[in-house]
Design a protein around this ligand. Sequence first.
Ligand code: AMP
Length: 584
Amino acid sequence: MAGEKEIKEIYENGMKILEELTSNAHEIQEQMLEEILIRNAGTEYLSRFFVHGQNHKQNFKTNVPIVTYEDIKPYIDRIANGETSSILFADPITQFIQSTGTSEGKPKLIPMTAESFEKRMVKPLLVDLVMKKCISGLDQGKSFYLFFVKPEMETPSGLMASLYTTSYFKTQIFKNGLAKFCTSPIDTILCLDNKQSMYCQLLTGLLLRDEVVRIGSSFASVLARSIKFLEDYWKELCSNIRTGYLSDWIADPACRNAMSSILTRPEPELADLIQQICEDKSWEGIIKELWPEVKCISSIITGSMSQYIPLLEFYGGGIPLVSPNCGSSEACFGINLKPLSKPFDVSYTILPNMAYFEFLPVNNDGGGMSHETTTVNKPVDLANVKIGRYYEVVVTTLAGLYRYRVGDILKVTGFYNKSPQFQFVERQNVVLSIDLDKTTEVDLSKAITKAKLVLEPLGIMLTTYSSYADTSLTPGRYVLFWELKMKGSNDLPKLDAKIMEECCGIVEESFDFTYKSLRKGGVISALELRVVKHGTFDELMDFYVSKGASISQYKPPCCLKSEEAVKLLNLGMVGTFFSPKTMF
Ligand code: AMP
């Protein structure tokens, strides 16, 4: 059966494989580039950059341009529309992976071949192996992973496009491998109704609480959402456990069928115990109480996900948080070889067989606003990165991406054998982020430019704006601060609620595909617009100057990271408006 050999090989020799990969990182990278070029030099895309008889590898970096998704989109669109010639890759493209949205509001489509897809499936096995080696007791129970899928989309060519995880959960290698150690039955993971899926997975996790040694999700945001769901549904879950009957609204036949072999009888004692724990006013340490054998919480908690660390630490009650890996739809970058490192010290080690990596140096100081990040130099390869420097990742993949800027910024922190280790810094230019949404400064400015057109005929001017991601409540929302005045005077305009709400709607409408789908799914709440009185942003400037900013270089931040700054703007607030609830 597909993948069984690989699973066995990795479980038997995984640590040795990792040692070999990292010790020979440079050679593996060179071989990989050579192989990709030999196989694909004749493709329509690459052949333009090479003169016949030239050494492809030697000329790769001088001839092949560094590109973004927008540059290669026309080629990808042709494949999606059914052209089968070797446009980007010699082997047939077998599917697309949907990646986080583009600024035009559609997901990126990342081509995949059967071979590249299979190669990637090794990563979760390696991650699992490293965790089991470093955290004792993990192999003595089950993992309560909250996994979800999204509907696939068919392209005109008939090739399917789906999230990487959705495709992965449907493979035999997952079903016959990791899934066997998970509490959630595969049919509850594959249920397209996320609410029914979440309910059944939580119910299973509670029923099997004594067996659970690890709890997790792919991203920390998902875990945060799951805890919120538990807050809303624990009474009903307890009632199902008490009576042994599954709630009627779980209508998905596959879910009901899967649950029938788990919820087999009334368990009033278990229900009482869970009820007693959940009735407690404070949910501090609830994970430890509900799942007493849990050894770690596994979820990505770096980059924009670090906003969930305090929350997970609060609910976890001292259980270690593990951020297992780092990657994107385009390629897997690395895994965490020290799972027990502290959340803010997490480094990932590059897996050199996942793609050919180049690193564009950027002059980022690593903190503050990412729009200060600019590319300053030519890319270097894996052997030449320097500890302490920041780089944007550029990948050449086994599925038709050549010198492709992923957009993520990494800081090199060291080496494991010959493989660089890095901290994830943040996507370039991202200013607002909740869950998987990443709204850039440009997205925000375009959206606001559109929305303010509504105010102009009324003689109202938007003088300055800022924003922040309010995640104090779940689901979180983006909040905009607008300083408004009448043209020709500093008077505060009369604020018509309908018009202001229309502005909110235009901003949301202009955001990308990812934002809209998260908003539709209730993962992000309606956008809020807070109007502040004239002069409020001057006070903000005074505040930053008092903190050491230079007046001559001062630029109002388009996104606020400091709570004090948010408080200050709130003091000047004269009205608050929300997007229409029915918008999505
Ligand atoms: P997607 O291509 O839609 O799956 O999104 C992948 C993106 O998620 C990456 O490009 C990163 O921006 C982000 N990401 C993935 N892994 C991590 C990580 N370990 N820490 C922070 N962000 C991550």
